[in-house]
Design a protein around this ligand. Structure first.
Ligand SMILES: Cc1cc2nc3c(=O)[nH]c(=O)nc-3n(C[C@H](O)[C@H](O)[C@H](O)COP(=O)(O)O)c2cc1C
Length: 315
């Protein structure tokens, strides 16, 4: 049995799951594996320059002919170059974070790409709808990485009521129960990040994956609220240092400086004690490393079971 939704139709994919475009983590290897298995794999451009990201696009296109996406961090110093690259390489789906993609939407769509911004509020979802984007990703505060304030549970139905375009839920989904839940909230699919970090194809260091496997339900905490760019990451000596400085009301610029480059340190170098181990609250539920295909198949099968069980309840 298959899960066909507005999202699978819109993106020409088989499973209504988008893999989050995670900086440093979402390389061509991960994106290709997700797309090949029927979801939408997304390369995370983060703050990387265009030549680096072009190599990731090459990898995906070599490994699969299925649609894939590119996440553009609009605050990146290379954002303009990444936009030009995405246009030149005709990337099928563009997701955007950290900023307003307004001036690029028409350009991408005329080039044949779908544009799907990540949003943390109803106001931004409405603004994006006015820009004629193809869908929005409503990301709750449970998610790993940079976050907003509202939970997935409260944000998704409010956004679904406020806009007429498809809504994809992000934050806290890692199994079939989560996917079934976001369908109930009005979403047409889910964007998943943390679960895919613990996949065989993900290039994150073994230490990073192990930190997620060992995390408990309350270990994914928020730092950097004082900077206006809060981040959810696993508790470690870095989060304790940042927390202590924030309590002393240290200049937010100093906090940003300390946090800069720390994701790379954890993902690539395996320094999970003083690097930033970005992960969502659902980390506590993730207990194994599997292939991307196994993860996607399990989520799909489990979601169908959950939905059938609920239907039986009301018969
Ligand atoms: C390690 C990590 C890095 C991330 N980097 C980005 C990013 O560069 N751009 C972005 O839009 N979202 C980023 N995210 C958020 C994900 O794309 C996704 O929305 C989120 O992980 C979903 O919530 P979950 O972690 O509960 O599955 C990141 C998440 C993680 C865990």
């Amino acid at each position: 049995m298959q899960l066909k939704t507005e999202l699978t139709q819109l993106l020409d994919i088989e499973i209504p799951i988008i893999q989050g475009g995670m900086a440093w983590v979402a390389t061509g290897e991960l994106a290709a594996a997700v797309s090949a298995a029927g979801g939408l794999g997304v390369i995370g451009a983060g703050n990387a320059p265009a030549d680096v990201i072009e190599k990731e696009i090459d990898k995906v296109e070599k490994l699969t002919d299925k649609p894939f996406g590119l996440n553009i961090m609009l605050l990146s110093p290379f954002a303009e170059d990444i936009v030009k690259l995405a246009l030149r390489r005709n990337v099928p789906v563009i997701t955007t974070g950290a900023g307003n993609p307004g001036k690029y939407v028409k350009m991408f769509q005329e080039n044949g790409s779908k544009v799907i911004p990540v949003i943390p509020s109803v106001a931004l979802a409405k603004r994006m709808e006015r820009l004629n984007v193809d869908a929005v990703i409503a990301e709750g505060t449970e998610a790993g990485g940079h976050i907003g304030e509202l939970t997935t549970m409260t944000l998704v139905p409010q956004v679904a009521d406020a806009v007429d375009i498809p809504v994809i839920a992000a934050g806290g989904v890692a199994d079939g129960r989560g996917l079934a839940a976001v369908f109930s909230l009005g979403a047409v699919g889910a964007q998943i990040g943390t679960r895919f970090v613990c996949s065989e194809e993900c290039i994150a260091s073994e230490q990073y994956k192990k930190a997620i496997l060992q995390a408990g339900d309350r270990d994914a905490i928020v730092t950097g609220r004082s900077t206006g760019h809060p981040v959810r990451n696993l508790k470690n000596s870095l989060t304790r240092e940042l927390d202590a400085l924030e309590k002393k009301c240290v200049d937010p610029k100093k906090i940003e400086e300390i946090g800069s480059g720390k994701l790379r340190e954890a993902v690539i170098e395996g320094n999970v004690d003083h690097g930033s181990v970005m992960a969502g609250q659902i980390a506590g539920m993730i207990k194994d490393i599997k292939t991307v295909k196994m993860i996607l198949d399990e989520i799909t099968e489990n979601c169908i079971e959950v939905l059938e069980e609920k239907l039986n309840l009301i018969k």
